[in-house]
Structures are given as structure tokens and as C-alpha cells.
Design a protein around this ligand. Structure first.
Ligand code: ADP
Ligand code: MG
Length: 302
């Protein structure tokens, strides 16, 4: 339904590359996660999709129509929750919903009906100024405003940033509910753990898509065996492990080191460590692969 071909975007007369040679096919009803660290190009892609930024090269079509040829029509199809909260803090929740309804020419009662689930959750706060809402309720309001005109595509830029864990879960639940209604949802997040809520994801690094697919398939595609070991000098240990030919990579996670063993025997690595004055007594355990581990592996590939 959304087709992206050879998309790139540069800023500052070509000096800053925010997106490079991106190709994506996003079927209707997807819940797609754009996952990557700050500065990897997630917001740029969302802004090109919602037509506020123009691509430097490449094409995007939605339902077979080039987005640059039918901007007004495309904007009607899209609901957008930006990275920065963009509602007026002095308006009450009720005033905000009326205001957003007017912008899209949707009568208030109809808007309430369309978003009845979300509206019911916002009802206790109708007289409250938006600036006084908790982060989670504020994001529900943003979502409700983005849905009033019944968009078929919903773009959300890091909607869970700064929210506590229960509010994050609740928001992902609301997005999954929208997906069941047939809405195509594209969500940017820097939190790799949120990949599990999506049915497909794109991993971004420096403006490039370094992997695409379902989160489950990515974990299955991880190459090698992953182990973890706790240590008081994790960086020294990681460097030591990397010097062993059978160890393909070693990364520090707090006071732990995750390392990948390729075609090697873990018993050999354990005994090798036991012979080192600095590392004897360390416990090496198998480690379940997380999206962060996969991301690091794909970055090395890239
Ligand atoms: P993310 O949303 O993943 O944090 P962005 O899409 O905001 O990443 O940014 C990608 C890259 O493009 C960054 O290097 C950023 O500095 C640059 N960039 C984004 N917007 C602009 C802009 N308006 N002018 C110049 N550079 C920009
Ligand atoms: Mg961003």
C-alpha cells in the first residue's frame, strides 16, 4: 500500500545525509516500527511520508499515487503524532478535541463516536487544561486528535519517549487495536525492546535501513552463539575476548559482556579465561538474543 523506492534526503546542500537509498514495501494494516538511535533518520522518513519534507531523490506512492502529485489527498489519509507535543497547553481536553475536529471539518459528536474507546478514557479529564495532563494521557489525547478524521495511515514519532512502562504498554495496546481496524501504522522509536509490539520493523543506522522484517525472524537470523559474562572490568574483558579468533564480536552492556562465538567450543573459551589471572572465576552463560544484540550484529555487517 505504501511503496518507497530509492528514497534519499539530504540537508545543508547535500552535506548532511539523513536518508540513503531506502526501499520499503508497507502493506495495508501493518504495524511497522522504525527503530534506531537518535539521528538515524526516523523523523526525516516520517516527515517525508507526511509531505512536510520533500525527498531529495526517490519516490513514494500511497495506494498507487505518487505523494508529491496529490499532497492534499494524501494529507487527508494521514494522521500524525509529532515528536514534540504540539497541542495548546492552555486549552482543556474538551476544547482541544473540538478544535482538532474543526480543523478536519468533523462534527464533535461524530468525532466522539469515531474515537469512542479513546474518548471514554479521556472523559474524566475533559475540563482539565492539556498542560496539566500526565504524559500518558497527553499521548492518548494526541492519538485521539490524529484519529478524528479517520485516517488510513497513522504516523507516530517516538510516542512513548518519556512515558513510564505501564503507559507505554497501554499506548502500544491502543496502536495494536487501531491496527485491527485496518489502519496502517508507522511508529518511530529508539527503544529496541519495543520491537516486540510491531509486526514488522526497519532497523536504522545513519540514514540506512540495515535490516527489515518481522522481529521474530530477526532474532532467528542471528548468526553464531551468544554468551554473557559479568565482570568488574567489562571493557578489558571485551577487548580480550575480541582477540580470540573464534569470538566474532563482544559488546559491553553495563557490567556484562555479550559475545558471539562462531564455529568454536565454549568449553575452550571458558578454560582459556580460567587461565587468565584477571578473568579466572568468571561465569560464562548462554544468553537469549535481544533486538539490541541483533542490531549490533547488523551494524557490523553494514
Ligand atoms: P532521528 O529521528 O532518528 O533522531 P532525524 O531524522 O531527526 O533522526 O535526523 C537524521 C539526520 O538528519 C541527523 O543527522 C540530523 O542532524 C539531520 N537533520 C534532520 N533534520 C535536519 C534539518 N532540518 N536540517 C539539517 N539536518 C537535519
Ligand atoms: Mg526523531
Amino acid at each position: 500500500m505504501i511503496e518507497i523506492k530509492g528514497l534519499c534526503k539530504t540537508f545543508d546542500k547535500g552535506r548532511g545525509r539523513a536518508l540513503e537509498a531506502l526501499n520499503l514495501h508497507i502493506p495495508q494494516g501493518s504495524l511497522l516500527g522504525l527503530i534506531g538511535p537518535d539521528g538515524s533518520g526516523k523523523s526525516t522518513l516520517i516527515k517525508v511520508l507526511n509531505t512536510t519534507l520533500r525527498a531529495t531523490c526517490g519516490e513514494i506512492s500511497i495506494d498507487g499515487r505518487d505523494i508529491t502529485q496529490s499532497i492534499r489527498e494524501i494529507r487527508r489519509k494521514i494522521g500524525y503524532v509529532p515528536e514534540q507535543f504540539n497541542l495548546y497547553p492552555d486549552l482543556t481536553v474538551d476544547e482541544t478535541l473540538r478544535f482538532c475536529g474543526k480543523m478536519y471539518d468533523v462534527a464533535y459528536d461524530l468525532a466522539k463516536d469515531r474515537c469512542s474507546d479513546l474518548y471514554r478514557q479521556l472523559e474524566p479529564y475533559l475540563r482539565k487544561p492539556v498542560g496539566k495532563l500526565s504524559g500518558g494521557t497527553r499521548q492518548k489525547l494526541s492519538l485521539c486528535c490524529a484519529l478524528l478524521h479517520q485516517p488510513s495511515i497513522l504516523l507516530l514519532d517516538e510516542p512513548t519517549r518519556g512515558l513510564d512502562y505501564p503507559s507505554r504498554l497501554e499506548l502500544w495496546g491502543l496502536l495494536q487495536h487501531q491496527q485491527t481496524q485496518g489502519v496502517t501504522i508507522i511508529v518511530a522509536t529508539a527503544d529496541m525492546n519495543e520491537a516486540v509490539f510491531c509486526n514488522s520493523i526497519v532497523l536504522f543506522n545513519s540514514g540506512r535501513a540495515i535490516a527489515t522484517g518481522s522481529p521474530e525472524a530477526m532474532i532467528t537470523n542471528f548468526e553464531g552463539e551468544l554468551y554473557t559474562v559479568s565482570c568488574r572490568t567489562p571493557f578489558v574483558l571485551a577487548d580480550f575476548l575480541k582477540s580470540i579468533p573464534e569470538v566474532r564480536s563482544a559488546h559491553v552492556f553495563g557490567n556484562r559482556v555479550h559475545f558471539v562465538l562462531m564455529h568454536g567450543d565454549i568449553a575452550f573459551i571458558k578454560s582459556f579465561l580460567a587461565f587468565q589471572e584477571d578473568f579466572k572465576g568468571l561465569v560464562v552463560l548462554p544468553q537469549k538474543v535481544s533486538m539490541e544484540d541483533y542490531y549490533l550484529q547488523m551494524m557490523e555487517h553494514a
